[in-house]
Design a protein around this ligand. Structure first.
Ligand code: S3P
Length: 443
């Protein structure tokens, strides 16, 4: 996809050093607004990620009649909850921009409201598969119209009575699990979701933090409808998915030693650390603590010689958003890295297997895509011009590649970096990376 917009240039610089707190966790920020909106009372969220995706969630709830203040310059958001039955019909379609999480979770949350809602998004989001949520929601009694091919826009018909289901997810997806649990808050009886492999459990943890009982067992979570949520204080940790760019950069740039502060290290998110450590990385968790039901630590990363591995399939859902930059680690490593069991990467903000393979090939790296993964042979990286296809994580991954390439790497279509990491280039420079916006003659 081409969205146009900014071009970034990344070049070889020096070692990374010092300490850095990357912006707040995107998944947790979305959920804090959603649960705060339907809770009784006022929810205060600190460390909120003010990126475009989370702003789209805030705008959606404002349109549904919820007063939301912020985010202010201290990353605080205040959500004045309207209670479980207080949402009001929006006047027009809700535009969720690039945000798959907003769309899928809202589909569940809005499935049992008394009014209709239409959800839409940008060119990338309107190509993404939504039947994975609309089909199980229909089994609960929801009526949701999709475009041809099961893609957005979604029109959710109001006034439906939902009944809890016992659902086994066909793919490991926290978005689908969360959509069903949120619908389950409004359903008669119990909604139980079983997952084929562990996925991020922020919804389960945060529901508990808002005083809503969540039953959990080995590979499943369940809620019983009809209860109420009580407003809470949410302290959002730094996003491990944003920290990942620096974990890889500091690992592959000789002489680096960097501390990433206050990073969320929920075990359903730490696959990136496990994979990098299997490749020989030197990453230590310091000052482990728990903040609002989520584990947090400072991550100290030192440069190390990485080597290729066969990535264990069990780690794939635990690192699902970090593969673009893990592929850069693989390109900079000695030997061959093989990823399998990761077909989901083809339906993210872009087809991350193909787009990364194309970009790596442009930089002279041998990267062979497969239907469900990729094989990457480590070796020297050259410079060149790569297309991010409007995918924030592809753009930032190639910015890391530029730091070890023989010549500058120019990355096009970078506006969507703002969806998850506002001022990425500024943070990257503060850590020591040579990343800048292209001048007019470099486009
Ligand atoms: C997310 C879940 C993941 C992830 C996405 C955020 C969430 O998607 O890729 O960026 O907040 O629940 P899937 O659940 O579809 O894998």
């Amino acid at each position: 996809m081409s969205t146009g917009g900014r071009t970034l240039v990344a070049e070889r610089g020096g070692a990374l050093g010092g300490s850095l707190r990357v912006p707040g966790d995107k998944s947790i920020s979305h959920r804090a607004v959603m649960l705060g909106a339907i809770a009784d009372g006022t929810t205060v969220v600190d460390g909120f990620l003010g990126g475009a995706d989370n702003r789209a969630t805030i705008a959606a709830f404002r349109a549904l009649g919820v007063a939301v203040e912020g985010p202010d310059e201290n990353h605080r958001v205040v959500v004045h909850g309207v209670g479980r039955d207080g949402l009001r019909a929006a006047e027009g379609p809700l535009d969720l921009g690039n945000s798959g999480t907003s769309m899928r979770l809202l589909a569940g949350l809005l499935a049992a409201q008394p009014f209709d809602t239409t959800l839409t998004g940008d060119a990338s989001l309107t190509r993404r598969p939504m039947r994975r949520v609309t089909e199980p929601l229909a089994t609960m009694g929801a009526v949701i119209e999709t475009g041809a091919e099961g893609t957005p826009p979604l029109t959710i018909r109001g006034g439906r009575v939902l009944t809890g289901i016992d659902y086994a997810l066909p793919v490991a997806s926290a978005q689908v699990k969360s959509a069903l649990l949120l619908a389950g808050l409004y359903a008669q009886g119990t909604t139980r979701v079983t997952e084929p492999a562990p996925t991020r459990d922020h919804t389960e943890r945060m529901l508990a933090g808002f005083g809503y009982a969540v039953e959990r067992g080995d590979g499943w979570a369940a809620v019983t409808g009809g209860g109420r949520l009580t407003a809470a204080e949410v302290d959002v940790p730094a996003d491990i998915s944003s920290a990942a760019f620096f974990l890889v950069a500091a690992s592959i740039i000789p002489g680096s030693e960097l501390v990433l502060e206050h990073v969320g290290v929920n075990p359903t998110r730490t696959g990136v650390i496990e994979i990098l450590c299997l490749m020989g990385a030197d990453i230590r968790e310091e000052n482990p603590r728990e903040v609002g039901g989520e584990p947090v630590a400072d991550l100290r990363v030192r440069a190390a010689e990485l080597h290729g591995i066969d990535i264990p399939e069990a780690l794939v859902p635990l690192a699902i958003d970090e593969f673009p930059v893990l592929f850069i680690a693989a390109a900079a490593a000695r030997g061959t890295t093989r990823l399998t069991g990761a077909r989901e990467l083809r339906v993210k903000e872009s087809d991350r297997i193909q787009v990364m393979a194309d970009g790596l090939n442009t930089l002279g790296v041998v990267a062979e895509p497969a239907e469900d993964g990729i094989t990457i042979t480590g070796g020297p990286l050259g410079g060149g011009r790569v297309a991010s296809h409007g995918d924030h994580r592809i753009a930032m991954a190639f910015a890391v590649a530029g730091a070890v390439a023989d010549a500058p790497v120019t990355i096009t279509d970078c506006d969507n970096v703002e969806t998850s990491f506002p001022d990425f280039a500024g943070a990257a420079r503060a850590a020591g990376l040579a990343v800048r916006e292209a001048g007019p003659d470099e486009y």
